[in-house]
Design a protein around this ligand. Structure first.
Ligand code: CP
Ligand code: NVA
Length: 305
């Protein structure tokens, strides 16, 4: 049995298999063919943080695969009153067929998975957001960008970390520009560089967005204030001066470069209103594709138990 906790745990071939499955299932869904790959299966969805896309895409996705999703907010289950995570894992995994968790430390996912009899999926942790980044890449492939130079501008966070793992595994070029003090975790960068050495991927790190975006095929950003960092907002907004993706920054990338954002987006901070609306078709395709990519991942996990 496999869990989907981080992109680093999978080979290139396995990641591409999931994308292939997602592509097939998306085509079927668009034809209104709802193939019950996960008939009568239940997906438990534990949320310790807020969500719009992750909740709706997993709940709709499992339903379209012939199963049902259970939305379990930590405020409403005994976990929120102090029931140990490992007990929650042992109870739920005797009742449901798969579990998705959105939580704080990645170690909480590791602990849950260690006690779970069923596959566990990371629906975002402080360190990683692997289902989002698989979706980003799936979307780039749909847009015909098969070997993109990826520039990530902004906070060295869960989105950046998962993108680094994907780029490293799939042999892509990725440049990351963060302000000083907001770089990616050095341990995570070390792991990504190790995979990049094996695959030939080129990962580079800067404190100057202009160098990172030069001739890029895609510019990606994310909020400067992730969930759980609300009290740091003022200091962060100050530190990220000059990191907004706007017309000037976009103009330094390739002429056909696209802008991506996992959402929610904060205009006037990490992206200008103008750039966001200019690429709204890309950004909302990226959002829609969460539904399709995650169906691919769930079916893949079911096939490997
Ligand atoms: N991108 C993303 O994961 O969105 P939600 O926080 O709304 O789930
Ligand atoms: N980095 C953001 C992503 C939200 C989908 C956060 O963790 O809040």
């Amino acid at each position: 049995m496999r869990h989907f906790l981080s992109i680093k745990d999978f080979t290139k071939d396995e990641l591409l298999e999931m994308i292939e499955l997602a592509n097939k299932i998306k085509t079927q869904t668009k034809r209104k063919e709802f193939v019950p790959y996960l008939e009568n299966q239940t997906l438990g969805m534990i949320f310790e943080k807020s969500s719009t896309r992750t909740r709706v895409s997993f709940e709709t996705g499992i339903y379209q695969l012939g199963g049902i999703g259970l939305f379990l907010s930590s405020n409403d289950i005994q976990l929120g009153r102090g029931e140990p995570l490992k007990d929650t894992a042992r109870v739920l995994s005797r009742m449901v067929d798969m579990v998705m968790i959105r939580t704080f430390e990645q170690s909480r996912l590791d602990e849950f998975a260690a006690y779970s009899k069923v596959p566990v999926i990371n629906g975002l942790s402080n360190e990683y957001h692997p289902v989002q980044i698989m979706t980003d890449y799936f979307t780039l492939l749909e847009l015909g960008k098969t070997n993109p130079i990826v520039a990530y501008i902004g906070d060295g966070n869960n989105i950046t970390n998962s993108w680094l793992m994907l780029a490293a595994k799939l042999d892509l070029e990725m440049r990351v520009a963060t302000p000083k003090g907001y770089e990616c975790d050095s341990g995570i960068v070390g792991i990504a560089l190790g995979f990049a050495n094996e695959s030939g991927a080129k990962l580079s790190f800067y404190n100057d967005p202009d160098i990172a975006v030069k001739d890029a095929d895609v510019i990606i950003t994310d909020t400067w204030v992730s969930m759980g960092q609300e009290s740091e907002k003022e200091a962060r907004v100050k530190a990220f001066t000059g990191y907004m993706v706007d017309n000037v920054m976009m103009s330094k990338a390739k002429s056909d470069a696209v802008f991506m954002h996992c959402l929610p987006a904060y205009r006037g901070y990490e992206v200008s209103e103008e750039i966001f609306e200019k690429f709204e078709d890309v950004v909302f395709l990226e959002a829609e594709n969460r539904l399709h990519m995650q169906k691919g991942i769930m079916v893949w996990l079911d096939e490997h138990r």
